[in-house]
Design a protein around this ligand. Structure first.
Ligand SMILES: [Ca+2]
Length: 334
C-alpha cells in the first residue's frame, strides 16, 4: 500500500509541470484581414496567463508583410516576446495591406521609438510557417497540442505534405497524428452552407485539410461568431488600463468606431482551451466537406472525426461575457 502511494505521488509530480503549464496551443491566423484575429490572440494570452494554455507558436496565412510583425508586437505586449511567429511563404493569398496591423506596427512615440516594441521588422524575416509548425510539434508530448486555425488552411495543408526534416523524421501527416489532440477551426457555415471567407480564399487547402487531417476537427461556423457581437463599448472601456493597447489600436483602425464586430475567431480560441465549459454545444460526429465555391456541408457519420459548434440562446450571455473578459484581461506584468 505504501509503495502504491509512493508510486502515485511520483506519477503526480511527473505529470504536474505539464498540467500546470496548460495545454500547448498553436494559433494559425490570417492576421490583418479582420479584427477578430487580434481579439482571439488576446483571448489566448489571457488563458495563458491563467495557466490554462501555453501559446507555443503563432503562424500566419495572410501573405502580407505586417501580419507577422503585428502578431509579434501583441505577443510582446502580453510579456511573451519569446513566442515564435512563422510566416506563410509565397502563397499570394490576401496580400493587401491593412491599417489594423500596419498602423500599430508603424506607430512611433514622441521619442521616435516604436510604441509597441517587437522583434520582427517584416514578415520576410519570420521563419517559414511549416518548418516552425514541425519544430514546435516535434518538441511537445504526444497527443497534447491543440491547433486553433482561424484563417486559411494553407499552412496546415502544407504541413500534411511536408517531409522529414531536422525537427522530426516523421512526414507531416504522421507528425500531426502523433502530436495533435484537437484542431479547432473557424471555418464554414453550418446554418445555410453558404461560401465562407476562410474556406473561399484557399479552397484547395481547405478541401485537403478536411479530407486528410488525422485528428478530430471542431469547426466554429460563420453563424456562431455572427450571433455573438463584440461590443465597441468594451473596446473603449475595458482596454483603458493602458494608454496604448495594440488590440484596441487594431480595432480602431479596422473600421470607423463605434462598431460591434462578430467574435468568429474568438469562439474557436475559447472552445480550443475550454472545450468542456458549456459555452457551446457540439453537433453529432460527422464529416465536413467543402465545395469548389467555398461552401461547406456536414454529413452525420458515427465514425466521422468532425463536429461543428452550436450555441443556444441560453448559452449566449455567458459565452459572450467570457470572450469580453478574456480579451480585455491585462497582461500579468501590468
Ligand atoms: Ca481570421
Amino acid at each position: 500500500m505504501r509503495r502504491l502511494l509512493f508510486l502515485l505521488v511520483v506519477l503526480f509530480l511527473a505529470a504536474w509541470p505539464a498540467a500546470a503549464a496548460g495545454v500547448p496551443v498553436i494559433f494559425d491566423t490570417d492576421m490583418g484581414n479582420d479584427v477578430d484575429d487580434a481579439l482571439a490572440l488576446a483571448v489566448l494570452h489571457a488563458l495563458d496567463s491563467r495557466g490554462e494554455c501555453r501559446l507555443i507558436a503563432v503562424t500566419i496565412t495572410k501573405d502580407n508583410r505586417w501580419s507577422a510583425p503585428y502578431a509579434d508586437l501583441v505577443n510582446t505586449f502580453y510579456g511573451r516576446a519569446h513566442i515564435p511567429v512563422g510566416m506563410v511563404k509565397g502563397s499570394g493569398i490576401t496580400p493587401k495591406d491593412s491599417p489594423m496591423i500596419q498602423v500599430p506596427s508603424e506607430r512611433k512615440g514622441a521619442d521616435g521609438r516604436p510604441v509597441y516594441p517587437r522583434r520582427i521588422a517584416s514578415g520576410a524575416e519570420a521563419p517559414d510557417a511549416v518548418a516552425l509548425l514541425r519544430r514546435v510539434l516535434a518538441a511537445e508530448q504526444d497527443t497534447s497540442v491543440v491547433i486553433v486555425q482561424v484563417g486559411f488552411s494553407t499552412n496546415l495543408a502544407r504541413l500534411l505534405d511536408s517531409g522529414p526534416d531536422s525537427a522530426s523524421p516523421l512526414p507531416g501527416r504522421e507528425l500531426a497524428a502523433r502530436k495533435v489532440r484537437l484542431l479547432s477551426i473557424m471555418a464554414g457555415n453550418f446554418a445555410d452552407g453558404k461560401p465562407e471567407y476562410n474556406v473561399q480564399q484557399d479552397v484547395a487547402s481547405a478541401q485537403k485539410l478536411l479530407a486528410e487531417w488525422p485528428t478530430r476537427i471542431v469547426a466554429s461556423g460563420f453563424e456562431i461568431g455572427a450571433s455573438l457581437l463584440f461590443p465597441a463599448s468594451s473596446i473603449e472601456g475595458d482596454f483603458s488600463y493602458v494608454t496604448d493597447h495594440p488590440v484596441r489600436d487594431a480595432y480602431r483602425n479596422y473600421q470607423k468606431m463605434p462598431y460591434d464586430r462578430p467574435t468568429w475567431d474568438l469562439t474557436a480560441a475559447l472552445y480550443a482551451v475550454r472545450p468542456d465549459s458549456g459555452y457551446f454545444s457540439l453537433s453529432p460526429a460527422g464529416t465536413i466537406t467543402a465545395d469548389a465555391r467555398g461552401g461547406t456541408r456536414f454529413s452525420p457519420d458515427a465514425k466521422g472525426r468532425h463536429h461543428y459548434l452550436t450555441v443556444s440562446e441560453a448559452q449566449h450571455p455567458r459565452t459572450l461575457e467570457a470572450l469580453i473578459l478574456l480579451a480585455s484581461q491585462p497582461p500579468l506584468s501590468r
